[in-house]
Design a protein around this ligand. Structure first.
Ligand code: CAA
Length: 380
């Protein structure tokens, strides 16, 4: 077993860490307060090839591996959790399924500009009555001549308010259940594609999401990804990759909480000495550092398996489950170490608590991850 990163992975980590320190950390609080999408930052992510990290260069990406990808998302999220998920959705949930299931023409049209970061993608699986039960889709796509007529709605679509295309899951055969779901790539400029106002959320406020309504939207048959009925498996295998991105995001948030608490504990004095001299604080810091490292090991293991082309559903679920719950624990301890200051908007500790919380919910709740893990245990 080799725990050493390659030169390229280490270089990616260094480059993104420096970028986050320079371009993200100084602005994260303001963007959070204003709920404003970081358009300028996204342009810079594109310049650094961070919107198609594991996409081969021939398809517009950086041509790196998924370990480098996870490290990059961790560093972005250490700077700003909203930026972490904006990048993760484009990389994992939009580009990855086209790379894996798209034909040459689809890759040229729908992957290259998005992996280059000239355009931004989103992922439309969740519906008002189909969140955890992803097979209970109600949006329909009915074959009409050379295309499909799509009606229905999606909600909580991260990047939805600004995206140029959506990876959209619809029912093409209701009677077939999950085997009747099909995936389409749809430009958001298509007539009948309507977005609601951005959602008001507890955290990751600069990563905008919204509901989307499809009203008699006609999509050419060439936009079908894979075959009719492949959609559920495309969605599930895409989420196996996406959950690595969210685990990495959670680690980045936890690192921010930890690093700030570590610094604060050495500055702040009580009873005549820095609080870092009190064992109660030392034990909290020790637990935080240990949990962050454990989460990173799980996450890089899942990324490595993805790079090896091995199915990694339970490993991704374990990484996402542990990293997300860890991030909430660590962010809460970070706030506690800051005492009253931690509850104040003058510090970032409270933002990390709010940002961490979503990682336990999206791309499959902790309960869904436990289902994925236990069903793989019971199959063995
Ligand atoms: N890869 C490939 N195929 C898979 C798969 C995977 N990871 N997981 C399941 N499948 C296949 C199964 O083999 C099975 O195939 P057959 O039809 O050949 O038998 C089929 O899919 C159905 O599998 P299950 O019976 O296990 O499916 P299920 O209906 O019981 O659901 C579930 C399983 C794990 C609960 C799933 O519904 C799930 O993951 N739900 C959560 C959905 C989710 O994560 N939503 C997040 C939305 S995206 C988001 O949050 C984005 C954002 O904004 C950031």
């Amino acid at each position: 077993m080799d725990f050493e990163l390659t030169d390229l992975q280490r270089e990616t980590q260094r480059l993104v860490r420096e970028f986050a320190a320079r371009e993200l950390i100084p602005h994260a609080r303001k963007l959070d307060e204003e709920h404003s999408f970081p358009h300028e930052v996204v342009k810079k992510l594109a310049e650094l090839s961070l919107l198609g990290v594991a996409v081969p260069e021939e398809w517009g990406g950086a041509g790196l591996d998924n370990v480098a990808y996870a490290l990059a998302i961790e560093e972005l999220s250490r700077g700003d959790a909203s930026v972490g998920v904006i990048a993760s959705v484009n990389n994992s949930l939009y580009c990855d399924p086209i790379l894996k299931f798209g034909n040459e023409v689809q890759k040229r049209e729908w992957l290259v500009p998005f992996a280059r970061g000239e355009k931004l993608g989103c992922f439309g699986l969740t519906e008002p009555e189909a969140g955890s039960d992803a097979a209970a889709q109600k949006t329909t796509a009915v074959r009409k001549g050379d295309g499909y007529l799509i009606n229905g709605s999606k909600n909580w679509i991260t990047n939805g308010p600004v995206a140029d295309a959506i990876m959209l899951f619809t029912m093409t055969d209701r009677a077939a259940g999950h085997r009747g779901i099909s995936a389409f790539v749809v430009p958001t400029s298509t007539p009948g594609f309507n977005r609601a106002h951005p959602d008001r959320k507890m955290g990751i406020s600069a990563a905008l999401s919204c509901s989307i309504f499809f009203e008699d939207m006609v999509v050419p048959a060439k936009n079908l990804l894979g075959k009719e009925g492949d959609g559920f498996k495309i969605a599930m295998s895409t989420l196996d990759g996406g959950r690595i991105g969210i685990a990495a995001q959670a680690i980045g948030i936890a690192r921010a909480a930890f690093e700030e608490a570590l610094r604060y504990a050495q500055d702040r004095k009580t009873f005549g000495q820095p609080i870092a001299n009190h064992q109660a604080i030392q034990f909290m810091l020790a637990d935080m550092a240990t949990e962050i490292d454990a989460a990173r090991l799980l996450t890089l293991k899942a990324a490595l398996l993805k790079d090896q082309g091995v199915r990694h559903s339970p490993e991704s679920a374990m990484a996402k489950l542990y990293a997300s719950e860890m991030a909430s624990r660590v962010a809460n301890k970070g706030l506690q170490i800051h005492g009253g200051q931690g509850y104040s908007k003058e510090f970032d500790a409270e933002r990390h608590v709010r940002d961490a919380r979503i990682t336990e919910i999206y791309e499959g709740t902790s309960e869904i991850q436990r289902i994925v893990i236990s069903s793989s245990l019971l199959k063995e």
